[in-house]
Design a protein around this ligand. Structure first.
Ligand code: 13P
Length: 260
């Protein structure tokens, strides 16, 4: 189900890395290196750096995102940051339900659903992360896990509200391990996600939905991953912190005869 309607998106997730000075330097390099990129580019900076990175990216097509948010608009929630605050600092996007949030900080599908609603209400583009652990893959439960994360996370929306959503398939066993999913494994999971979304909210929406792959993406493997018909981009962790490697990922090149 390749679609030229789906503009590729390459995003860097900086996780809990970088000082302000390092963030500014990396944002400048990403901005400069994005000229004539084949797709859109985004960076997900730590909360502390959003303000300075927003300043660097002002007027550039590079999108800025936060790594998480709280679902309430304001209130006594010490340590949390709301969608409106994220928007106010200059973000257009936010990650939701990264596997590190699910695994290490007990993110539930119920809260994921509330966070998605809050992001949409604030006009942010959410990137909903889904993916199975190694144990779940080995027990042949990959599709079941993805199905539950999608059904529960995406519960109760009007289809039109979901239009801006981006999904990131990030198999937990591939994150930070150097064990990238093979292009076939990524394609199989992405196709399953698209079909599940079509069943939940209709073929028209699902065929335009961008699904990113994340998990040990590198300058060496990005081209073959991006050649898969249902891989619409990449969510890059470790390799997004390094220039010029991340610039090479942004400037991916489809092999001759690629299906997308
Ligand atoms: P790595 O690219 O370091 O494997 O991380 C992937 C990731 O978690 C992006 O959100």
């Amino acid at each position: 189900m390749a679609s030229s309607l789906r503009k590729p998106l390459i995003a860097g997730n900086w996780k809990m890395h970088l000082t302000l000075a390092e963030s500014v330097a990396l944002a400048k390099a990403v901005k400069d290196g994005s000229a004539n990129a084949p797709g859109e580019v985004a960076v997900f900076a730590p909360f502390t750096a959003l303000s300075v990175v927003a300043e660097v990216l002002k007027g550039s097509p590079v999108r800025l995102g936060a790594q998480d948010l709280h679902w309430e608009t304001h209130g006594a929630y010490t340590g949390e940051v709301s969608a409106n605050q994220i928007k106010d600092v200059g973000c257009q996007m936010t990650l939701i339900a990264h596997s590190e949030r699910r695994r290490l900080f007990h993110e539930t599908d119920e809260n994921v659903n509330k966070k998605l609603k809050a992001a949409f209400a604030a006009g942010l583009v959410p990137v909903l992360c889904v993916g199975e652990t190694l144990e779940e893959r080995e027990a042949q439960r990959t599709f079941k896990v993805l199905q539950t994360q999608l059904e529960e996370g995406l519960k109760g929306f009007a289809p039109a509200a979901l239009a801006p959503l981006v999904i990131a398939y990030e198999p937990v066993w591939a994150i930070g391990t150097g064990k990238t999913a093979t292009p076939d494994q990524a394609q199989e999971a992405h196709l399953f996600i698209r079909k599940t979304c079509a069943r939940l909210y209709g073929e028209a929406w699902a065929s335009g939905l961008r699904i990113l792959y994340g998990g040990s993406v590198t300058p060496e493997n990005v081209d073959t991953l991006m050649a898969q018909p249902d891989v619409d981009g990449a969510l890059v962790g470790g390799a997004s912190l390094k220039v010029p490697g991340f610039i090479r990922i942004i400037q991916f090149q489809l092999p001759a005869g690629a299906k997308r």
